[in-house]
Design a protein around this ligand. Structure first.
Ligand code: GAP
Length: 453
């Protein structure tokens, strides 16, 4: 059942250390968030999987890490200075600002209902550039203006020649990166969905003109496959082909990949055919030759670019929404050794995350603290930590400890009991099925690692 509200996830995320508002001790700051100890693990796992899938596992891809502040001419060339704008209207009474295209219909052609309440007159829309401006050096002069990048793409275009010269790549090939991007968004809300500081994983795939449509289809398929690999149900993803009128200034074709967010179907990521727009513009503005010479055919051309892009924060929401389940009345276990699980409890919450995404892969839980079981458990946790993220918990009833791990998505709980002392075996309890197997500690690493691949 798709969630009708983000609220339970936002609450869980805050309570258990996934996400919190930025600088909350000062009251927070609109649409900027911090990832806590568990959130950063999940986010890093998503980024690592993306990197492995699209950079390490392909011989036609390389990665880079370009700077956030680039030469200001980059943004002239890319068209961002001129076109990266939203139409802004201001309520003349309360002075709140809104995106014109997010406003409800005008009630009599003149007035809108102010989203903050009441009928107000709004100013004429003016174009508002979303790039954050700053100054380089000690003086705030127009000659020193610089911008925080609103996308990572331009770093890949600016390095196109450098990558060609320093690697053995030949067209078709791609450059990918993951990094922070900044947009001074006007229309905010929906938690991590529309942020002012966020992360993008995207790649620019350079192809011979004429082969671009084929490659476009390839990347649409690859993106859909990636969503499945992080555990997102196919039924929650759909393609949204952009109409000619709504295409970005650089795009010949764009498919946005929509996810069924609690607030409705909305953009999760996208694939754009940027043609030769960016390379040609950078040639024009930098005066450098960015054409490609094909050694085999002796042809010279400016490659077309297919750009699949993915907001990591939106992916984080989608993965959590798909993994989150509530079990009113609690889940029932058939294991007689765990009587706590048989008692009716309040609603149990389980994050059914793919094991490789889970912040902790295992939790080590001695049944009791006494009789040397805690020492054995601590030692086991220390050993496991060498190869995977491991949580150690010795306090509270075993059922409650299981539920605490279920709620943060830990796939396996390892319990040590009195038998452990006799024969060096432990039980492994599976988060999703709640089934338990008893195995020898010497087999534990292999058992877990084979399931994490
Ligand atoms: N280089 C192309 C580009 O930047 P975009 O659609 O503007 O395209 C890429 O942004 C992705 O970044 C989006 O698909 C979305 O996942 C994410 N994104 C965009 N704006 C965002 C924001 N304000 N907060 C969080 N994620 C955002």
């Amino acid at each position: 059942m798709p969630l009708s509200s983000l609220e339970p996830i936002v609450n869980l995320a805050k309570r258990r250390g996934f996400v919190v508002g930025s600088s909350e001790i000062y009251g927070g700051i609109a649409s900027i968030f911090d990832y806590g100890p568990l959130g950063v693990e999940l986010k890093n796992n998503l980024k690592q999987l993306w990197w492995k899938t699209f950079i390490h596992q392909r011989d036609d891809m390389v990665g880079i890490d370009s700077s956030i502040i680039m030469h200001p001419r980059v943004w002239e060339a890319s068209g961002h200075l001129e076109s990266f704008t939203d139409p802004l209207v201001e309520c003349t009474k309360c002075h709140m600002r809104f995106r014109e295209d997010h406003m409800p219909e005008k009630s009599d052609g003149k007035f809108w209902k102010c989203p903050e309440g009441g009928e107000h007159h709004f100013s004429e829309a003016r174009q508002f550039n979303l790039m954050f401006k700053t100054f380089l050096g000690a003086t705030e002069e127009s000659a020193n203006i610089a911008y925080l990048r609103p996308e990572t793409a331009q770093g890949m275009f600016a390095n196109f020649k450098y990558v060609l010269e320093t690697t053995r790549q030949k067209v078709p090939f791609g450059i990918g990166q993951i990094g922070k991007s900044f947009r001074n968004e006007i229309g905010l809300g929906n938690w991590l969905f529309r942020l002012r500081e966020f992360e993008i994983a995207e790649l620019e795939f350079f192809v011979k003109p004429g082969t671009d449509e084929e490659w476009f289809d390839h990347w649409v398929g690859a993106w859909e496959h990636f969503y499945e690999s992080v555990g997102i149900d196919k039924a929650n993803i759909k393609r949204d082909e952009k109409s000619k009128e709504s295409l970005a200034h650089y795009s010949k074709r764009t498919i946005d990949m929509h996810y069924r967010f609690p607030h409705g179907w909305d953009e999760l990521g996208g694939i754009a055919n940027r043609t030769d727009y960016d390379l040609k513009r950078h040639m024009e503005f930098s005066g450098k030759d960015l054409t490609y010479f094909d050694q085999e055919t002796h042809e010279k051309f400016v490659p077309y670019v297919i750009e699949p892009t993915q907001g990591i924060d939106r992916l984080f929401i989608a993965v959590l929404c798909d993994a989150y389940r509530e079990y009113p009345g609690g889940r029932k276990s058939d294991d007689a050794a765990m009587p706590e699980e048989k008692e009716p409890t309040e609603t149990d919450v389980v994050l059914h995350l793919k094991p490789f995404l889970a912040p902790f892969k295992v939790a080590v839980l001695p049944l009791v603290k006494k009789d040397g079981l805690a020492e054995l458990g601590k030692q086991l946790a220390e050993d496991l930590r060498k190869s995977m993220t491991t949580f150690y918990d010795e306090s509270g009833s075993i059922g409650r400890r299981y539920r605490r791990q279920d709620e943060i998505g830990t796939p396996w709980c390892i319990t040590l009991d009195y038998q452990t002392k006799e024969d060096n075996t432990v039980t492994i309890r599976d988060r999703d099925s709640m089934e338990q197997v008893r195995i020898s500690t010497s087999e534990l690493n292999h058992w877990l690692e084979s399931r994490l691949v």
